[in-house]
Design a protein around this ligand. Structure first.
Ligand code: UT7
Length: 341
């Protein structure tokens, strides 16, 4: 018996500030190095490292799914937030690699972690999905509809990579990151500003053609590997730099902060050269950008929450720090958030 239908009173309270109160992450054990990839496709460690900044990535086990990684990250976030699973009102899972197209993977996670009172849904905004999810969660909490929202970015990208395509297979990895969001404690600002957008004219430069109703999976489709990631790398690259930079500037302007007031920038971890271009345009020094793509590659919606959790745990991110998070992804989509930790 769940209490999904608990009433949601909507008192005429003013909007409230919203903050992250707990983080978690999960990375599968298996490491796939650039040297391993040299044995699989015509590539070199030197090419991958110099063009992308990636040395290795994690690969989930055959029987380990997006929901498993997401639930593992969520359990850590729940513990760190000091809440019970039953306190969660809403589970939002950002992913491009759901366990199944339906029902939602968020429902599987809700069951796995025992969040019996939570409404649950999947969110598809590719690599921008986690920030889209945080912005949605903020609205529910700020408007007093919900008290506690779990937002997760989790991906088993290894399941949709064409392992014979050197243009894409060197880039991606698996993993999950999660946050618990609630009203900000007294005197804290939490999220200061955000921005999100999309350009649907660019759907075909980064996509998985098959698997939906446009191209159901058939033997031919499988033979042509249409059920894997297809990408025009150069076009995505060009677009990403402009979109991330513009979104970051919009969020910064709305927040009233300037880049020199930021302690940390957590960008989507797609390519070190993209990150450096955005960093230079924004005028942020190298040491203030949080990176993990060298170890994990591009884990799409999971990149930012994994980086956030690791750097909170290590003590690098401290209370009061101002953080800019910015992402872009298939769609194309982009999003950014400026917050006070
Ligand atoms: O979350 C969003 C996901 N996607 C992205 O962010 C991708 C954005 N784009 C990129 O990161 C870059 O465009 C790539 C890393 C994908 C490619 O880097 P690039 O500098 O744009 O290389 P390129 O596509 O222009 O390829 C240069 C050469 C080509 O050979 P030719 O045609 O010049 O002879 C490629 O075939 O490098 C070749 N190449 C490789 N060589 C060795 C492509 N992939 C590989 C590889 N190993 N893995």
């Amino acid at each position: 018996m769940t209490n999904n239908n608990r009433p949601h009173p909507r008192p005429a309270h003013p909007r409230r500030n919203v903050a992250i109160v707990g983080t978690g992450s999960y990375l599968p054990e298996r490491i796939l190095s650039n040297a391993d990839l040299e044995k699989m496709v015509d590539t070199t460690d030197e090419w991958i490292l110099s063009r992308t900044g990636i040395s290795q990535r994690r690969i989930a086990a055959d029987n380990e799914f997006t929901s498993d990684m997401a639930a593992a990250a969520a359990r850590i976030a729940i513990k760190n937030a000091g809440i019970a699973p039953d306190d969660i009102d809403l589970v939002i899972l950002a992913t491009s690699t759901p366990d199944t197209i339906f029902p939602s993977t968020a429902c599987r996670i809700q069951h796995a972690i025992g969040a019996t009172g939570a409404a649950s849904f999947d969110l598809q905004a590719a690599c921008s999905g986690f920030l889209y999810g945080m912005i949605i969660a903020e609205q529910f909490i700020a408007s007093h509809m919900h008290e506690t929202v779990l937002v997760i970015g989790a991906e088993k990208l290894s399941s949709i990579v064409n392992w014979e395509d050197r243009n894409t297979c060197v880039l991606f990895g698996d993993g999950a990151g999660a946050v618990i969001m609630q009203a900000a404690p007294e005197g804290k600002h939490g999220i200061l500003a955000s921005d999100m957008g999309a350009d649907g004219a660019q759907t075909d430069i980064l996509h998985m053609p098959a698997g939906g109703c446009r191209m159901p999976v058939t033997a031919d489709v499988l033979a042509q590997k249409q059920n894997t990631i297809h990408m025009s790398g150069k076009e995505v690259y060009r677009y990403a730099v402009g979109a991330m930079n513009a979104s970051a500037e919009r969020s910064l302007q709305l927040s009233g902060l300037t880049t020199d007031q930021l302690q940390w920038v957590i960008p989507h971890q797609a390519n070190l050269r993209i990150i450096n271009s955005v960093r230079e345009r924004l005028g942020v020094e190298e040491g203030r950008v949080i990176l993990n793509l060298n170890r994990y590659g591009n884990t799409s919606a999971a990149c930012i929450p994994i980086a956030l959790h690791e750097n909170c745990q290590s003590g690098k991110i401290k209370p009061g720090d101002h953080i800019l998070m910015v992402a872009f992804g298939g769609g194309l989509t982009w999003a950014s958030i400026v917050l006070e930790w």
